[in-house]
Design a protein around this ligand. Structure first.
Ligand code: C5P
Length: 223
């Protein structure tokens, strides 16, 4: 069976990454979490006090950033920034609160998209993000646009964060999710939007397994 590229885009915290990761594992495909890349860049910018309004500082910082993914002994995808495991740090709210602002910078997007295209040279890939089907791989054989009710997304996020020891008010999470949706969808540079040929999956009332089955079913229809 020939391998394809599956592009999964959509709103924040609607289950894209969990679905993409599990579908990729079931299909023996690679998985790339592009949100983790933008989060890692944001963490670097915060740690190094990079001024977002200074293009020279941004360019210089981007030259000093190396992002890679490694699989740990438990088989989990881990994000590395300049050789350090930052998987837990990039999921924290202080990074989430800044990531959409950083992701809206054209130079940041160009650097990330270049890397993502290189990662996708070999087919048999599930990549999730905001602009995968529209900008990174407009030729992807399967494009999915995921969404869900904002409150349900916030509740899921709250549980995820709680499992990692970060106890947060639902209102604070909801505000972050809605805020990111607005910035991501309205930015000038590759805004989040549904590709014309994308299949929409609303995960409000779906379980993770149902979401994964749906993606695999759609992929089977393509190959
Ligand atoms: O997917 P995740 O919620 O981890 O993404 C974090 C943020 O990174 C998004 O809110 C968005 O601002 C940015 N992002 C992006 N383009 C992508 C993936 C993520 O702008 N392809």
């Amino acid at each position: 069976m020939s391998k394809i590229i599956i592009a999964i885009d959509g709103h924040s915290s609607c289950g894209k990454s969990s679905t993409a990761k599990k579908a990729a594992a079931n299909m023996a495909y690679s998985y790339i979490d592009t949100g983790a890349m933008y989060r890692a860049v944001t963490l670097y910018f915060l740690q190094n006090h990079v001024s977002l309004s200074n293009p020279k500082e941004v360019e210089k910082a981007l030259e000093n950033i190396s992002i890679e993914f490694r699989i740990n002994s438990a088989g989990q995808n881990q994000t590395y920034l300049n050789g350090l495991n930052v998987e837990d740090e990039i999921r924290k709210l202080y990074v989430a609160n800044k990531v959409s602002e950083v992701s809206a910078i054209a130079a940041v997007r160009h650097a990330m998209v270049d890397q993502q295209r290189k990662m996708g040279k070999k087919k048999g890939l599930v990549m999730d993000g905001r602009d995968i089907g529209t900008v990174v791989f407009p030729e992807a054989e399967l494009k999915i646009f995921m969404t869900a009710d904002p409150l349900v997304r916030a509740q899921r996020r709250q549980i995820e964060l709680m499992e990692k020891g970060e106890v947060l008010d639902i209102e604070e999470i909801l505000e972050n999710i809605k805020g990111r949706d607005v910035i991501d969808s309205t930015r000038a540079e590759s805004p989040l939007k549904q590709a014309d040929d994308a299949v929409v999956i609303d995960t409000t009332y779906m379980t993770l397994d149902e979401q994964v089955d749906q993606v695999i079913l759609l992929a089977d229809m393509v190959v």
